[in-house]
Design a protein around this ligand. Structure first.
Ligand code: PLP
Length: 387
């Protein structure tokens, strides 16, 4: 079947994997409430627990350390709070340090007061400034509570990979806790919670080929946990009340198992496709700027600017040519905001930037359609205007 569109927006949502679809539909049709003790309830519970094990294995965590949520945004709001418990004792955090390029889900600071959230700068390559972080942690006022740091493993716009393990060393030396948003990195680069040296990791189902509506907060051991964001029936051991979204969770578990298999080989295939697209784009428009290309980046992402091409018009032009891509920072209204990531990198956020993000099922046809659309758009930009 000839496809009429090319979906090149995997960082927004990755297409549903067949294994996730199967689990999602099968569990969605099951009758029981997972908290019920009867056979129907237990059957749904078994599906959730199986998904929990799969997500845990994918991240090198224990199943008891996985709290299912409605997505990464909720997981961020659960963990980014000044109030924690460690056994029977309360634990207080004073300041949240977030990198200036965090996704809004994290950047907004969750349940911290706005004044207690401090942005850590990044360099022109889009990598967090560890010396600045170290200086901030050294100056942290412990009388207000412990320091908490949130640093993403890979940026959603540029794909730039962050030095999380080095940051974790600094954070732990300062007696703090580090939360890692691994939403874009999961299924794309190999990592586990222990090698990252993270205290908490946030992941999202729909970014790895699972259904929308599930995510998780994964802790490195259960010793220290945030106060609950949603209270009620005590599901998820009291960390997240409310009947679990069993179908989405089952699909999430299935996707988590698939994406960590042969990860390096799959990433290499994606990298070759990405490099090919970039090379062709550079041939068509030598003035092309690819953001974050100087450092280590996800193999699937191209965040680019072209003089004269605005984000919004570029996005629409590609859409009309049958190519779905994004400006990297679409808000819920669908409006294109200025990129705070570009701004943090010292660039003019008004310069248009567009993001192509691909994955393992991106076809040659998708790639050719995208390149043809790019050539057409560039042609229109450079064509002399009729008098
Ligand atoms: N963190 C990053 C890096 C993201 O890219 C996204 C989604 O765009 C989120 C968090 C939010 O994820 P969710 O859609 O599961 O709430």
């Amino acid at each position: 079947m000839t496809k009429t569109r090319a979906y090149m927006d995997w960082n927004a949502t990755a297409p549903l994997l067949p294994e996730a679809r199967e689990a999602f539909l099968r569990v969605g049709l099951m009758e029981g409430n997972p908290s019920s003790v009867h056979r129907e309830g237990r059957a749904v519970r078994a599906e959730i627990e199986s998904a929990r094990r799969r997500v845990a294995v994918a991240l090198g965590a224990g199943p008891a350390d996985v709290v299912f949520t409605s997505g990464a945004t909720e997981a961020a709001n659960l963990v980014l709070t000044p109030e924690f418990r460690m056994g029977r004792s309360a634990l207080q955090f004073g300041t949240l340090y977030v990198s200036a390029i965090e996704h809004k889900a994290v950047f907004e600071g969750g349940r911290f007061a706005r004044g207690d959230v401090v942005a850590v700068p990044v360099d022109r390559g889009g990598v967090v400034d560890l010396a600045a972080l170290d200086a901030m942690l050294s100056a942290h006022d412990h009388s207000t509570g412990l320091p908490m740091v949130a640093l993403m493993l890979a940026n959603n716009e540029t794909g730039v990979i962050q030095p999380v393990t080095q940051a974790a060393r600094l954070v732990h030396a300062a007696g703090g806790v580090i939360v890692v948003d691994a939403v874009q990195a999961s299924g794309r680069i190999a990592f586990d919670i222990a090698t990252l040296d993270a205290d908490f990791v946030i992941v999202s189902s729909h970014k790895i080929g699972g259904p929308k509506g599930a995510g998780a907060l994964v802790a490195r051991g259960e010793a220290m946990m945030p106060s609950a964001l949603i209270q009620g029936g005590g599901q998820e051991k009291g960390h997240r009340s409310g009947t679990e979204n069993a179908a989405a969770i089952a699909g999430f578990g299935a996707a988590a198992e698939v994406v960590v298999k042969d990860l390096d080989e799959r990433a290499e295939t994606v990298r070759k496709a990405r490099d090919h697209i970039e090379a062709r784009m550079r041939e068509i428009a030598p003035e092309l700027v690819i953001h974050g290309a100087s450092g280590e980046r996800l193999a699937n992402t191209i965040f680019f600017s072209l003089p004269g091409l605005k984000s919004e018009t570029g996005q629409i032009a590609f859409d009309l040519e049958g190519v779905a891509l994004s400006a990297g920072s679409a808000c819920s209204s669908g409006k294109v905001g200025e990129s705070h990531v570009l701004k943090a990198m010292g660039l003019d956020p008004r310069m248009g930037a567009l993001r192509i993000s691909i994955g393992t099922s991106t076809t040659e046809q998708d790639i050719e359609r995208t390149i043809a659309a790019f050539a057409k758009i560039v042609g229109r930009l450079t064509a002399p205007r009729a008098a």
